[in-house]
Design a protein around this ligand. Structure first.
Ligand code: GDP
Length: 459
């Protein structure tokens, strides 16, 4: 019924759920012979005679020996993820059972899937484009609401659609110009140069927006890099611990003991913040700590947000004002946090309060911690994270967008210099090439191998 005679596609098999012990594990088969192979080790109904999208209870056997009771889901191609025949075997989640089942399936004629091979087949069979296939990987790896949303949006084709439309308009122009070339000597212009210029400018606008969205996309994917800075003993580790709600950094009474840069993540309102706990921004004589301080300053430059902590009990207004000055000159968004409100010196407290958006807390008793969390969230522009905006999260797409931009710029320059149609066509083709590589209209084996090898086996 579903066999394509003469097809050369192997049937592949892999565990598709996470390895390890679980209530259920799912083993997936894909390929022309998927149903036949499963049927040969399955005792229950004749799977080859069943309709697509049906479930069947039975046993998987190694000869006469029962390995497990399973439920088999049938997806007859092309109505499946890969558009091939797909069988999903839900068995008990024991690594031993999984191994035994895969073993008999291999013996019955399938082979182990390579990393990402299911998704690669889905792409090659036209299930979705390349950018969407990559979004499948991003979706699997997403660990916050925001990164999940960006990946889901891309998987549904939000990003691809924009690129495809631009590409089509450009193809139209390229063919007009190439038509001119066919007419050789005759001085005809089918492609209106002003219209072309307008189109390129529109394209550049969209591409620039996509390029700019990458910074945000990166933040969504990898978390907002946040530095907690302040003098030794200001309470930075205590705050970090309070935020993480567990004892991950060393808290100590001795000034300057937080020497290592420790990274940790928290999730606030669906957004991941990657905290970098640091040793302080004060100059110091101690060499070990000095390394910490240098590293802190390097980290601070990488941060998207600085939480500057001042010790209300032990600091002084002069140093505070100097530090605020430094922070303002860095040009990175920062939140001033006055810590140890329980032992605050009135003059310093008043100075902190004059800074816009500052917050007073007691890190050790978690007083006002929720207000601080709200302030942190306020600092990232939440509107950017709402769905609907196309956000580029993938470095490969970003790279191709940069190349496209350069190529389009060449087209514009060419138009400005009245270059001949053949050169113009070449530059346009170059832009088309880079755009096509994003969605996979243009691919090479190397590119595909590179993309799909980053997937896990079974995806
Ligand atoms: P760091 O060097 O900036 O990381 O500072 P720590 O987090 O190690 O804190 C230094 C000391 O200040 C520790 O003894 C903390 O218990 C104490 N501390 C932290 N927060 C507060 C606070 O809000 N009030 C008071 N009184 N002490 C605090």
């Amino acid at each position: 019924m579903s066999q394509h005679i003469g097809s050369t596609e192997d049937t592949i098999v892999a565990l598709s759920t996470a390895p390890g012990v679980g209530a259920i594990a799912v083993i997936r088969l894909s390929g022309d012979d998927a149903i036949k192979i499963c049927n040969s080790v399955f005792k229950g109904k004749d799977l080859e005679k069943q309709a697509t999208h049906t479930l069947h209870f039975g046993t998987i056997r190694d000869g006469e020996k029962v390995i497990d009771e399973v439920v088999v889901s049938l997806f007859v191609g092309p109505k499946s993820f890969t558009k091939e025949n797909v069988v999903e075997i839900s068995c008990h989640g024991s690594p031993f059972i999984v191994k035994q089942i895969i073993k008999v399936l291999l013996a019955a004629g399938s082979r182990l899937a390579l990393p990402g091979e299911f998704t690669k087949r889905a792409f090659l069979n036209g299930q979705f484009d390349l950018a969407q296939a990559e979004a499948v990987a991003d979706l699997i790896n997403s660990d916050s609401a925001a990164s999940h949303e960006a990946a889901l949006n891309q998987m549904r084709g939000g990003f691809s659609e924009q690129i495809r439309q631009l590409r089509e308009e450009l193809i139209h122009f390229a063919s007009m110009i190439e038509l001119e070339l066919d007419f050789g000597e005759e001085d005809v212009e089918f492609a209106d140069r002003d219209d072309l210029k307008q189109l390129i400018n529109n394209l550049l606008k969209v591409i620039n927006a996509l390029i700019e969205s990458f910074d945000l996309g990166n933040v969504i994917k990898n978390g907002v890099p946040t530095v907690i800075a302040g003098k030794p003993n200001a309470g930075k580790s205590t705050l970090l611990n309070a935020l993480l709600n567990e004892e991950r950094a060393i808290v100590s009474d001795i000034a300057g003991t937080t020497r290592d840069v420790i990274e940790d993540e928290i999730n606030l309102g669906g957004i991941t913040f990657r905290f970098i706990d640091t040793a302080g921004i004060r100059e110091t004589e101690d060499t070990i700590e000095k390394i910490g301080v240098e590293r802190t300053q390097a980290q601070m430059k990488k941060a998207s947000l600085i939480i500057y902590m001042i010790d209300l009990a032990n600091d002084n207004v002069v140093d505070f004002n100097r530090d605020i000055n430094k922070l303002e000159n860095m040009g990175i968004p920062f939140i001033v946090v006055g810590n140890k409100i329980d032992k605050a010196q009135p003059e310093l407290k008043a100075a902190v309060e004059t800074v816009k958006g500052s917050i007073l807390i007691a890190a050790n008793t978690k007083e006002n911690l929720d207000a601080l969390k709200d302030r942190i969230l306020e600092e990232v522009n939440l509107d950017n994270f709402k769905s609907g905006n196309t956000i580029v999260t993938n470095i490969r797409h970003y790279d191709n967008l940069l190349k496209t931009r350069n190529a389009l710029q060449d087209v514009l320059n060419g138009l400005g210099n009245n270059i001949t149609g053949d050169f113009l066509a070449m530059d346009i083709r170059q832009s088309l090439h880079y755009l096509g590589e994003i969605t996979g209209e243009i691919t090479t084996d190397d590119l595909l191998a590179n993309i799909f090898s980053k997937f896990c086996i079974g995806k």
